[in-house]
Design a protein around this ligand. Structure first.
Ligand code: TYD
Length: 254
């Protein structure tokens, strides 16, 4: 009898350990930055790290992570005549779908949502770089997200001269392999925004840096450091946020 009770207790303790930790109201962490700054790698790294700590976390990307989003992603890379407004509306449509289908339900269940690009990408790309009206884009962002702002935005900041060289090196490196993910080139071989002139990318960076000064949700991290250092800096910020939301500090050890 005592043995059975012990067994039940152990089972209870084990299931307690396996229970994923959630955060009241969820947490939205977004990653932003220009082309080739290592954003997607770092977002994935953070996702795996939080998962290893037992945190209930999901990872999605914009545009993508929904049928509509994947189509917008393909379309946007092929089209070269769209107005900034048309482009904005496409990204907003994909965003509204992703919010409805994935992000809001996950946040409602207390999950941490890591999003590779969000509303600030539209301001930086269609606004600061393509010249779209920032006020209109803000309004459209608000409509698509029901004004849901991220709790933390990680901006990976890098001079486009360096990041674009990285992108073209990656392409050369993977040109002869079948690794489609690594090439950053889509099925049609198009790399639309990456092929824009340097000025376009400088405006994206300028836009991001300007936005980052207006709100404490931003964490600007220099992306010219070793990957593990960037990952550590990101984790430090995220950890602080989670501890503030009553996630015990002890889970981050080891
Ligand atoms: P992708 O290959 O995913 O680039 P990255 O890995 O840098 O995110 O392509 C997405 C492209 O779409 C990228 O160039 C940024 C652009 N984009 C916008 O212009 N506006 C937006 O609102 C979003 C979400 C992305």
């Amino acid at each position: 009898m005592a043995g059975k009770q012990q067994e039940e207790m152990d089972f209870g303790a084990e299931s307690e350990r396996m229970k994923k930790r959630t955060v009241e109201g969820g947490l939205l962490i977004t990653f932003e930055g220009g082309e080739g700054v290592g954003k997607s790698t770092q977002a994935e790294r953070l996702f795996l790290k939080l998962q290893s700590f037992g945190i209930d976390v999901i990872h999605a990307q914009e545009p993508g992570s929904s049928d509509l989003g994947n189509n917008v992603r393909r379309w946007i890379k092929r089209a070269n005549t769209s107005s900034p407004l048309a482009e904005t509306l496409l990204f907003e449509a994909a965003r509204a779908q992703l919010m409805f289908e994935t992000v809001r339900p996950a946040l409602d269940r207390g999950k941490v949502v890591i999003l590779d690009r969000y509303t600030d990408s539209t301001l930086a790309y269609q606004g600061y770089a393509r010249g779209g009206d920032l006020k209109t884009i803000k309004k459209l962002n608000d409509i698509a997200t029901a004004e849901f702002a991220p709790h933390l935005t990680i901006l990976l900041d890098l001079d486009p001269k360096v990041s674009l060289a990285r992108v073209s090196n990656e392409q050369d490196m993977f040109a002869s392999t079948d690794d489609k993910r690594a090439t950053r080139v889509d099925d049609e071989g198009q790399r639309r925004f990456e092929e824009q002139p340097l000025k376009f990318h400088q405006n994206i960076r300028k836009g991001y840096l300007e936005m980052s000064k207006t709100d404490p949700r931003w964490a600007v991290i220099k992306a010219d450091q070793a990957g593990h250092r960037i990952a550590d800096a990101i984790l430090k910020r995220v950890r602080r946020l989670l501890i503030d939301r009553d996630i015990p500090d002890t889970i981050f050890k080891g």
